[in-house]
Design a protein around this ligand. Sequence first.
Ligand SMILES: Nc1nc2c([nH]c(=O)n2[C@H]2C[C@H](O)[C@@H](COP(=O)(O)OP(=O)(O)OP(=O)(O)O)O2)c(=O)[nH]1
Length: 149
Amino acid sequence: MNGLIQVVGGAVVDSLAEPSMLLVARRSAPEQLAGLWEFPGGKVEPGEEPKAALARELLEELGVGVRLGAELASQVPGGWPLNPRASMRVWFAEITHGEPQPLEDHDDLRWVRLDNHSAVLDLPWIPADFPIVRALLDAVAVKAESTLP
Ligand SMILES: Nc1nc2c([nH]c(=O)n2[C@H]2C[C@H](O)[C@@H](COP(=O)(O)OP(=O)(O)OP(=O)(O)O)O2)c(=O)[nH]1
């Protein structure tokens, strides 16, 4: 353990095999983060596996069951740095049951097209998320290119 708070986030896409849309969530609290967009997710509880924590958070926050895909790996061991106290690991996820709704912590959800990078990056994300969003867009673009005929 490195003493950092471990956060897990879901890059929820329409299809793990052929991702074209990303589900983004707008925080409703706390005050300094309200109105900013993020990856739905939350803190890993003591003794909990990170992927189990992510599945739990997505069920609590969005009311959906998910199948998790690959991790969006960070250069930094332990995940993407969020602030001096917390880092976040992010996995791709596909909804297997339920219709996503902003049940907890969010006041809006939106599906955004992954091929429109500027539209995705124009959203007011939590500032710490921008490197993660850029890496995500790059990862999806590389995959799309590699599957061209
Ligand atoms: N879920 C999520 N949290 C993020 C992102 N980016 C970012 O800086 N954070 C920060 C905000 C919070 O300080 C922390 C996550 O805490 P949280 O409030 O979502 O966790 P939680 O659902 O377990 O809530 P709680 O039990 O602490 O109330 O990580 C992101 O993309 N997704």
